[in-house]
Design a protein around this ligand. Structure first.
Ligand code: URA
Length: 216
């Protein structure tokens, strides 16, 4: 698919998301937040679900957590318009509560299709709900910042779990960790890092420090 065809398909999905009534979340929401960004993105960021401002504007990560995401992107010299930003649920959960498993399941087709169209090299999961989509057994405090290859719907992606930016806004310790984890992204875009990640992954007993050292 060329960029125009990808763009057209993404727009079609956005149209369907805007009409979606597959779970009750749409009832309490002002509008859907389908996700946005480049159809040719090398990096895809996946958050949890729209918050207050996203629900007002229909744009992902446009509130306080989004301002931090923008700063983190600037810190690695990546333009926001060059990546794709989405969420596991496309309508705001009331009062920003956690999305329920049935809401995530009902919404998954949209995100799965977006991933399949864009086929990014790297998927950055922001928070535990998007991490759980690819690494259900993962504990974010233990595996954040550790890239791994994940096969998803027949394609391989580098998935790197990170804390949610909103968590970083509440804790200086997490802020330090998310900054450090972000700083690894440029290296991961380089072709020659693929072998390193694969080798680290093939050693199941490899401690966290060993995996991290490959990226330092
Ligand atoms: N938090 C998320 O998980 N997603 C957004 O779009 C905004 C805040």
């Amino acid at each position: 698919m060329n960029e125009d065809e990808k763009q057209k398909e993404l727009e079609e999905i956005a149209g369907q998301v805007n009409e979606c009534q597959r779970c009750p979340l749409y009832r309490g929401a002002n509008r859907a937040v389908p996700g946005e960004g480049s159809p040719d993105a090398k990096i895809m960021f996946i958050g949890e679900g729209p918050g207050y401002w996203e629900d007002q504007r229909g744009i992902p990560f446009c509130g306080a957590a989004g301002a931090l995401l923008d700063k983190l992107l600037q810190s690695i010299k990546v333009e926001r318009k060059s990546v794709f930003i989405g969420n596991v649920v496309k309508h705001r959960p009331p009062g920003n509560r956690d999305p329920l498993p049935e809401e995530i399941a009902a919404c998954s087709e949209w995100l799965d299709r977006q991933i399949g169209i864009i086929q990014p090299k790297i998927i950055v999961t922001l928070g535990r709900f998007s991490m759980a989509k690819f690494i259900p057994e993962g504990k974010i405090s233990q595996i954040h910042g550790q890239p791994r290859f994940i096969e998803f719907e027949g394609e391989k992606y580098i998935v790197i779990p990170m804390f949610h930016p909103a968590a970083a806004l509440r804790s200086l310790e997490i802020m330090g960790k998310i900054k450090e984890d972000f700083s690894k992204i440029p290296e991961l875009l380089k072709e020659n890092k693929d072998q390193d990640i694969m080798r680290a992954q093939e050693r199941p007993e490899s401690p966290k420090e060993e995996q991290l050292s490959l990226l330092q």
